[in-house]
Design a protein around this ligand. Structure first.
Ligand code: 16G
Length: 240
């Protein structure tokens, strides 16, 4: 491996990012690996590393056996890092928002209680809202928080970024376990998301923990499949 490996793939990542913002169109193909190697005078490994980072940045996507293409900025690409909805949307240069917000205090159902390590019936705060990017509805989000985590007046104010609000309270999400399933939206959800009934969606459940391993939130988000994807780099590990 050459010594300037990191510098080279970072320079290449920055150059391709600049090319994209100065006019490459969504879904336009990038040059082949071979061409990129020649243009930048770098190894195949450097090209692959730069492209993998651009995939993580949500700027490009790759199709197996076909090549790499410029991503559609109207799509939110969710990576494997623990990010908030607001961070995902801002990363795409859009403004996150929330509407139809409802906050209630209620007794925890058994499954929510189990995930939050509470007794069934313990008080939780339930936050439900439609999340938007530049005003466009992207997902229906439901969150349950242990009631003793947040102040009594939490239910009264509108929350924009929940993670910012928790951070102001000194609570930082550290890790989460997450399950992603394919589903379709029902009629009511379709109206909220401004899509046709039975459109495809991702159903994502998350339980989030603080650094001390305390569960701090149980969340469910229903994302429009036409505006959201999950993109991450995977590495072939040591095999026996
Ligand atoms: C995402 C998370 C949710 C979190 C929210 C915080 C999932 C299923 N949902 O919607 O757990 O509460 O982001 O975003 O991953 P915010 O800080 O913008 O409110």
């Amino acid at each position: 491996m050459d010594g300037n490996y990191e510098l080279k793939y970072e320079a290449m990542r920055a150059q391709i990012a600049a090319d994209i913002s100065s006019g490459l169109k969504p879904h336009e193909p990038l040059p082949s690996e071979r061409k990129l190697m020649a243009t930048y005078g770098v190894s195949r490994m450097t090209v692959r590393r730069a492209l993998a980072l651009l995939v993580d940045d949500g700027l490009v996507y790759s199709r197996r056996g076909s090549g790499t293409y410029v991503a559609d900025p109207a799509m939110i690409s969710k990576s494997l890092s623990l990010t908030s909805f607001s961070e995902d949307v801002r990363e795409r240069g859009m403004t996150p928002g929330a509407r139809s917000q409802q906050v209630r205090r209620l007794p925890a159902e058994a499954d929510v209680a189990a995930d939050l390590a509470l007794s069934p019936g313990a008080p939780v705060v339930h936050l439900e809202r439609v999340r938007t990017a530049d005003g466009l509805p992207l997902c229906i989000e439901e969150v349950w928080l242990p009631a003793d985590l947040v102040p009594a007046n939490f239910a009264e104010g509108a929350v924009t970024s929940l993670y910012d609000t928790l951070s102001d309270l000194g609570i930082e999400p550290e890790m989460a376990s997450q399950t992603i399933r394919a589903t379709v939206v029902n009629v009511e959800q379709a109206t909220q998301l401004d899509v046709a009934p039975h459109s495809a969606a991702f159903s994502v459940s998350r339980t989030t923990y603080a650094a001390n391993a305390r569960p701090i939130e149980r969340a469910h988000s229903l994302y429009r499949a036409d505006r959201y994807d999950f993109t991450f780099s995977i590495h072939r590990g040591a095999r026996s």
